[in-house]
Write a new protein. Structure first.
Length: 151
């Protein structure tokens, strides 16, 4: 029987997951973010600031199977960058969502919602981008209105 030991071929195990970003650690803190040009809060992406622990590019070590990735999520205040134009609206040259002329899709939805629930949502022309986690700040979400003509 021949036994081969490949342990010497692997890099050493990485160290310092709990001290990421500090001297002696093989890990750093990293956050994807918008650069602020589009009205987002600095450091925020899709309404929250996310910080990941990742291995430094220059570290020649092995993460190992038992490594648990650490992630911090902090919600950001909503800005215009967290919204897109709602249905029946388009982005004008002035970078504002404006109603499409002669569109009545919203009215048919309003009529259907009123007959089913007794309320509908009135659009301000914007809706939050799906997957966005912002809280507080600028509120452009549709407003709940109760129906008077459907009783």
């Amino acid at each position: 029987m021949i036994t081969l030991d490949f342990a010497g071929l692997h890099e050493t195990n990485c160290k310092g997951t709990d001290t990421a970003g500090k001297e002696g650690s093989d890990y750093e803190l990293w956050s994807p973010h918008d650069d602020g040009r589009h009205g987002a809060n600095k450091g925020c992406f899709l309404g929250h600031e996310v910080t990941y622990v990742r291995r430094k590019q220059a570290s020649e070590c092995f993460n190992g199977e038992e490594l648990e990735r650490q992630t911090q999520r902090v919600p950001c205040a909503c800005t215009i960058a967290d919204y897109q134009c709602d249905m029946d609206y388009y982005m004008s040259k002035a970078n504002k969502c404006e109603k499409i002329k002669d569109s009545n899709v919203g009215e048919s939805i309003e009529s259907k919602d009123c007959s089913l629930t007794g309320f509908y949502f009135e659009s301000k022309g914007y809706r939050k981008i799906p997957g966005n986690y912002c809280q507080g700040g600028l509120q452009m979400d549709p407003v709940k209105r109760y129906c008077s003509r459907y009783g």
